[in-house]
Design a protein around this ligand. Structure first.
Ligand code: SAH
Ligand code: SF4
Ligand code: F3S
Length: 477
């Protein structure tokens, strides 16, 4: 039944992948005919928005080759875990779920295919462990060759053995492959891949490779196409968007890119993450100040408030520089909402260092903060630092920090009570179907009475009551 010209497989991308999409589609059709129904898939995503966006690309391919989505993982014919390895507990969750899946495959569904990809797969010891103790896995690939998904599926159908394809790094960016958006009205857009910062605790530069920026013309074209397809809000994605464009043949700054994106007609809202404080330019602050579309929200991870710890973390800014930057941003964009990431218990962190972090939290007054317990990642410089902090000390600091963050966040959030603001309605409320949930420019959620006809629309809402980190309100008449 194979009608493709096997003597002439394209060598250039994305053409080669379109060849394999057609080929995989034939295999899927044959299998469907054999079992008398459509084949189904589930993609489970761990980790950050980069992974979420990558998963949309996986789903795009799966749907193109004839699989249909199945919400229940235990029923699906093909289960894919797109993994994260930023902290140890992320890995543990994957192994736990994988163990259960292996059990189901063994006792109930021998034909089930299991695929693993994402950041965890870039660690050689993980792949070794999978090869040894998780033989039931069918397909393993990494972060650099996700665009080859169709080709790998075709290979798996042909070989009947575990297929493993991991690349150490890449300088390649393959454009124009299918992707299936989770939301019709908003989308993540990669503007760059990888990270060159090597913060001493962080594994991301090792698993995502060196920094590569997409060509601005490709980004603009993608967003124009998204807008033509109903998207009103984009989230520009990169580990450090502030260093966007530095290594392009024709260098361009992130601020310049934003100005170009702002001009796209029909696009209503622009978000981006993540900003590294060391690279946040005055030019960017100016662009944010004058923009009609950039949302009033900036995620600006501090990690620690102690300059001594920041130096050991290789963050390349001090507490004072961070606070000065925050003051500058707040002066330029007074209604900006600031959020952050904080790590507690980095090696050598003393009570005094921790109190510096608490001090920053009190001074900046974040809308919200993601707080993390330091996790030792093998291969990073911090893992071999002496003075790892005992768990009970960390726990105590973590609890104090969380309490402070939450009480400040409730106060900061409540200042908008009684105002009318624009919200992009994202969904019907899970708990009460008479309500819809919208997102304000500052990233806070609001629940208002309404129905699914409002989803995807930007409407004025009156914010009545603040409940800590979200609002209830009504549609503005
Ligand atoms: N590129 C982003 C962060 C990506 S990882 C940035 O620089 O801000 C997301 C967050 O995970 C980080 O901001 C950090 O707070 C946390 N993180 C990274 N490595 C960690 C580790 N080893 N232990 C605990 N938290 C970590
Ligand atoms: Fe990790 Fe630092 Fe890169 Fe963020 S900037 S991904 S924390 S190394
Ligand atoms: Fe995790 Fe990879 Fe993102 S390690 S946080 S999924 S870049």
């Amino acid at each position: 039944m194979n009608t493709l010209d096997e003597t002439n497989i394209p060598v250039t991308e994305p053409e080669r992948q379109y060849y394999y999409i057609a080929k995989a589609k034939q295999y899927v059709a044959e299998k469907s005919a054999e079992i008398g129904r459509k084949l189904t898939f589930t993609v489970t995503t761990f980790g950050c928005q980069m992974n979420a966006r990558d998963s949309e690309k996986l789903v795009g391919i799966l749907e193109k080759i004839g699989y249909v989505e199945e919400a229940d993982e235990e029923k699906a014919d093909f289960v894919i875990y797109n993994t994260c390895t930023v902290r140890e507990n992320a890995n543990q969750r994957v192994y736990g779920r994988l163990g259960q899946l292996g059990h189901i495959k063994k006792i109930k569904k021998p034909h089930m295919m299991i695929g693993l990809c994402g950041c965890m797969m870039q660690e050689p010891e993980v792949v070794e462990k999978l090869k040894k103790s998780y033989r039931f896995v069918d397909l393993i690939f990494g972060t650099h060759n996700i665009y080859k998904f169709a080709e790998l599926i075709a290979t798996r159908f042909e070989s009947n053995r575990m297929v493993i394809d991991i690349w150490k790094d890449t300088d390649k960016i393959v454009e124009d492959l299918p992707s299936e958006r989770k939301f019709s009205f908003k989308s993540g857009v990669n503007i760059m891949f990888g990270c060159n910062n090597f913060c001493s605790y962080c594994i991301v530069p090792y698993v995502r490779g060196r920094e590569r920026s997409r060509n601005p013309r490709d980004i603009i074209r993608e967003i124009e196409n998204l807008v033509a397809d109903g998207v009103v809000e984009v989230m520009l994605l990169g580990q450090n968007v502030n260093s966007y464009g530095k290594n392009l043949d024709e260098p361009i700054t992130f601020a310049q890119l934003l100005s170009e994106i702002e001009k796209i007609e029909g696009l209503e809202r622009i978000r981006f993450m993540t900003s590294h404080p060391k690279d946040l330019s005055d030019e960017l602050i100016d662009v944010m100040k004058d923009s009609k579309k950039i949302c009033k929200h900036l995620h600006l991870p501090i990690q620690s408030g102690s300059s001594r710890i920041l130096e050991k973390m290789n963050r390349r800014y001090t507490k004072e520089q961070y606070l000065a930057l925050v003051a500058k941003i707040k002066a330029a964009v007074p209604d900006i909402s600031l959020t952050t990431d904080i790590i507690v218990g980095f090696p050598g962190e003393t009570e005094e260092d921790f109190l510096e972090t608490m001090d920053v939290v009190r001074q900046v007054r974040y809308d919200s903060a993601f707080t993390f317990i330091y996790s030792k990642r093998t291969g990073t410089p911090a893992a071999t630092m002496t003075e790892q902090i005992p768990a009970d000390v960390i726990k105590n600091r973590f609890d104090r920090l969380l309490k402070e963050v939450q009480s400040i966040s409730a106060e900061v959030c409540s200042v908008h009570e009684g105002t009318t603001q624009k919200a992009l309605i994202e969904s019907v409320n899970d708990h009460d179907t008479n309500l819809v949930t919208g997102r304000l420019s500052n990233n806070i959620l609001v629940h208002v009475p309404g129905d699914d006809s409002l989803v995807g629309q930007i409407i004025d809402v009156d914010l009545k009551d603040c409940h800590g980190f979200y609002y209830t309100g009504t549609i503005h008449k």
